[in-house]
Design a protein around this ligand. Structure first.
Ligand code: HEC
Ligand code: HEC
Length: 348
C-alpha cells in the first residue's frame, strides 16, 4: 500500500535523525507526523503494543504556545524572587533547572526560613496530573500556585502579592494576558498565568519515540527493563502518559515503607487531608518522567539513588527482591523517560 510505504520512509527519516542527534524536538515532531500519515507498521512488536496499552505518547508543546501572553507572564512570575515574603525566593528556587524542575535537597528552605515538609517534585509535566502534590491535595496548577503564595512564598495573605506585582511593573503583562478584565492584577490571575506557563513544560523522551515506532530509541537493556516493568506489575500503578500521577496507593503494600527507606518519620500521607483510615500511608503514585534526574527519592527524599528506590519499590510494593541485573535494567529503562529541559525553563 502506498500509504504504508510513505509511513515507512517517513519513519526511517525520523529514526535516522534520532540516531544522529539523540533526542530532538524536531525529530519527535517528524515521527508524530508520520503517525498522522498512516497507521504504524510496527504493530508486530508485542513489547511496544503492551507498552502502548499501559502508557501513552507525550507530545511536544507547540512552539507558538511559548509566546502567548499568559505563558510569558507566568514565566516571569515563576522566576521572580522579588515576589515573595522575604524578597529572595522564587518558585524556581525549589524547582531548579539543574534538577530538572525538582530540588536535589531532601527538603527545601521556604521564604520563612523553614524546611518544606516533603521533597520538592519536578514541575515538568506536573500539571497533566489530575491532582497535585504528594497527597493530591491541590486540584490544579492554579490552585497549587495560589496556595503557594501563603505557603512556600511566605506571604501572610495571597492579596499581599498584588502591591508587589504593581510595584515591579507587572500591570501591563496582566492586561495583555487577561484583556477582558479592567483590573486583572489579582492572586487568581497570578495563579492562572503560572498554570499556563507550567502547561508548556512538557518533556517528551526516548520512550515516546519508541512508542511512536522507533525501535532504536531504546537499547536492549532498556527494553529488558521495560519488559520487567510491565511483567512485574510496576505498570499496574505507574501507568498513563506520565507513568504515574493518576492514582493513590499505599506506600508499603507488603511491608512498612519506613523499614526500607529508614525514614525518621512515619508520614500518614493522604490521611492527613481526608482523615479517612483507608488513606493512611497512601500517596499519589509518582509519575516517573525525568525520574533519573530528580533524586533524592520518595516523599521525604529519604533514598539517594534510583537503583535503591527501584529495589525498595519492588520489595515493599510487590514483595519481590530484585537481582542486580534486573535492577540495572529497570533503571536503564527509567532513564529512557528523561527528556530535555524545556527551552523556556529559564528566567525570561
Ligand atoms: C520552598 C520551596 C518551594 C517553593 C518556593 C515552591 N515550591 Fe513548589 N513544591 C515544593 C515542594 C516541597 C513540593 C511538594 C509538596 C507536597 O507535595 O507536599 C512542591 C510541589 C509543587 C507542585 C506539585 C507537583 C506535583 O507533581 O504534584 C507544583 C505544581 C509546584 N510545586 C509549583 C510551584 C509554584 C508555581 C511555585 C511558586 C508560586 C512553587 N512551587 C514554589 C517546594 C517549593
Ligand atoms: C501498588 C502501587 C505501586 C507499585 C506496584 C509500584 N509503585 Fe512505585 N510508587 C508508588 C507510590 C505510591 C509511590 C510514592 C511513594 C512515596 O514516596 O510516598 C511510588 C514511587 C516510586 C518511585 C519514586 C518516585 C519519586 O518521585 O521519588 C520510583 C522510582 C518507583 N515508584 C518505581 C517503581 C518501580 C520500578 C516499580 C516496580 C518494581 C514500582 N514503582 C511499583 C506506587 C507503586
Amino acid at each position: 500500500m502506498p500509504q504504508d510505504a510513505e509511513f515507512q520512509s517517513c519513519q526511517q527519516r525520523a529514526i535516522h535523525l534520532s540516531i544522529k542527534r539523540s533526542l530532538r524536538l524536531a525529530m519527535l515532531l517528524a515521527l508524530a507526523s508520520c503517525l498522522w500519515l498512516s497507521t504504524p507498521v510496527s504493530a508486530e512488536d508485542p513489547l511496544r503494543q503492551d507498552a502502548l496499552k499501559q502508557f501513552g505518547i507525550l507530545e511536544a508543546v507547540r512552539e507558538e504556545k511559548l509566546s502567548e501572553p499568559a505563558v510569558l507572564l507566568g514565566q516571569s512570575l515563576f522566576w521572580d524572587q522579588r515576589l515573595s515574603g522575604n524578597g529572595k525566593i522564587a518558585c524556581a528556587s525549589c524547582h531548579r533547572v539543574e534538577d530538572w524542575g525538582a530540588d536535589h535537597k531532601r527538603f527545601s528552605v521556604d521564604a520563612r526560613g523553614k524546611d518544606t515538609s516533603r521533597n520538592s517534585q519536578t514541575i515538568f509535566n506536573a500539571v497533566l496530573q489530575p491532582t497535585l502534590r504528594w497527597t493530591g491535595d491541590r486540584k490544579s496548577g492554579a490552585h497549587q500556585a495560589e496556595r503557594s503564595l501563603t505557603g512556600s512564598m511566605g506571604f501572610s495573605a495571597a492579596e499581599d502579592v498584588v502591591p508587589l506585582l504593581k510595584k515591579h511593573g507587572y500591570t501591563d503583562g496582566f492586561l495583555r494576558a487577561f484583556p477582558q478584565e479592567s483590573d486583572p492584577v489579582s492572586p487568581a490571575n497570578y495563579a492562572l498565568a503560572v498554570q499556563a506557563y507550567e502547561a508548556t513544560l512538557l518533556t517528551p523522551a526516548p520512550i515516546d519515540l519508541y512508542l511512536a515506532g522507533a525501535d532504536d530509541a531504546l537499547d536492549v537493556k532498556q527494553k529488558d527493563g521495560l519488559k520487567l516493568f510491565l511483567s512485574m506489575g510496576c505498570a499496574g500503578c505507574h501507568k498513563g502518559k506520565l507513568l504515574g500521577g493518576g492514582s493513590f496507593e499505599k506506600f508499603g503494600v507488603v511491608k512498612d515503607y519506613w523499614l526500607a527507606t529508614k525514614s525518621e518519620n512515619k508520614d500518614v500521607g493522604r490521611f492527613e487531608t481526608t482523615k479517612d483510615e483507608a488513606d493512611r500511608y497512601k500517596f499519589r503514585v509518582s509519575m516517573l518522567r525525568n525520574i533519573g534526574k530528580t533524586a533524592p527519592y520518595f516523599h521525604d527524599g529519604s533514598v539517594k539513588t534510583l537503583d535503591e528506590a527501584v529495589r525498595i519499590m519492588s520489595s515493599v510494593q510487590l514483595g519481590a527482591d530484585l537481582n542486580d541485573d534486573d535492577a540495572a535494567a529497570i533503571v536503564a529503562f527509567l532513564n529512557a523517560l528523561t527528556g530535555d529541559v524545556p527551552k523556556n525553563y529559564k528566567k525570561p
